[in-house]
Design a protein around this ligand. Structure first.
Ligand code: 1GP
Length: 254
C-alpha cells in the first residue's frame, strides 16, 4: 500500500526539537535572489538557525525559487523549505514544502482546493510535504489581506485553541501561529501558552519578532519554532538577530 512516510526534513526537525526550540530564517527570493539568499542563509546558519524558509506573499516564480534553493543547498547543510503562497513556486530543488492549509481563510482555494490541484505535482516532484495548519492572528498584515483571512482576534484564545486542536485532530503535524510579516507585535504570549496547553504537535510562531526579549517570552510560553524574516531584510544579521538566536540557543539542552 503506498503511503506518505515522515520524510527526511521532518525527521531532522523532530530530532532537533528533542533538544529544545528551533529557529527558521525566512528569505524572500524575490528580494534576495540566488547568491544573496545563499549569503543570508550562510550567515544565519552560522549563528545557529536550523532551517531556511523560502517564501514571500507575492507570486515567486519557479525559476527564482529554484535558483535560490540550489544556491542555498550549495552553501549550507540545513534544509531549505518552501513556505508557499501558491503552487507556482514549487520546485524539487528545495528539500521540502510546508503543505499548509490556511485554516481561517474565507477562500476555499487556500484551505484545500489549491492543494487538491497541486498534490499530484508535489508527489511527482518527490518534494517532501510537511502537513501544517496555518493560522493568521490579527493584525495579519499582507498575508491576512491576500489570504482573505478571518483573522483570530488577539484576545480570542478559545478561537486560536479551537483551530489549532482541529488541525491536530485532522492529522496536521505542525501548527503555525502567524501575526503577519512585519507585524508591529508578535502573536500574544497568552495565545501561544493557551495553544501550547492543548496541542501536542510542534508550534511554530512567526510575524513581528524583532528582539531577544520578545523571542524569550514566546519560547517561555511554549513556542517550539520561531520564524523571523523582516529583521534580516531590514538590519541584516545584526544585534537583534543575534539576540533572538541567543535566546533560542539558551533554551536548548546542552
Ligand atoms: C512571516 O512569520 C513570518 O510569514 C516572519 O515574519 O517577517 O515579521 O519576521 P517577520
Amino acid at each position: 500500500m503506498p503511503h506518505t512516510p515522515i520524510g527526511h526534513v521532518e525527521q531532522y526537525l523532530r530530532q532537533h526539537l528533542t533538544a529544545g526550540p528551533l529557529h527558521f530564517t525566512l528569505i524572500d527570493p524575490d528580494k534576495s535572489p540566488g547568491a544573496k539568499a545563499a549569503a543570508v542563509a550562510q550567515g544565519a546558519v552560522s549563528l545557529g538557525s536550523h532551517a531556511i524558509l523560502l517564501g514571500g506573499s507575492t507570486g515567486i516564480s519557479r525559476e527564482v525559487m529554484s535558483e535560490a534553493a540550489r544556491a542555498i543547498k550549495a552553501a549550507v547543510a540545513v534544509p531549505s523549505i518552501i513556505f508557499p503562497e501558491g503552487p507556482g513556486s514549487l520546485t524539487p530543488d528545495a528539500d521540502a514544502v510546508l503543505f499548509m492549509s490556511l485554516l481561517n481563510s474565507r477562500n476555499l482555494d487556500l484551505v484545500i482546493r489549491t492543494h487538491a490541484r497541486s498534490a499530484s505535482a508535489v508527489r511527482r516532484m518527490e518534494l517532501e510535504a510537511i502537513p501544517m495548519g496555518y493560522l493568521v492572528v490579527a493584525p495579519g498584515m499582507r498575508v491576512g489581506e491576500v489570504g482573505d483571512v478571518d483573522a483570530v482576534a488577539r484576545d480570542d484564545l478559545a478561537g486560536a485553541t479551537g483551530y489549532a486542536l482541529a488541525a491536530e485532530l485532522l492529522g496536521m503535524r505542525f501548527v503555525y501561529l502567524e501575526a503577519g510579516s512585519g507585524a508591529p507585535a508578535p502573536v500574544p504570549v497568552e495565545m501561544v501558552r493557551a495553544v501550547r496547553e492543548v496541542v501536542a504537535v510542534p508550534l511554530i510562531v512567526g510575524g513581528g519578532i524583532r528582539s531577544g526579549p520578545e523571542a524569550k517570552a514566546l519560547l517561555d510560553a511554549g513556542a517550539n519554532i520561531l520564524v523571523t524574516g523582516t529583521i534580516t531584510e531590514e538590519e541584516g544579521l545584526g544585534a537583534s538577530f543575534h539576540a533572538i538566536l541567543e535566546e533560542v540557543r539558551r533554551a536548548r539542552v546542552g
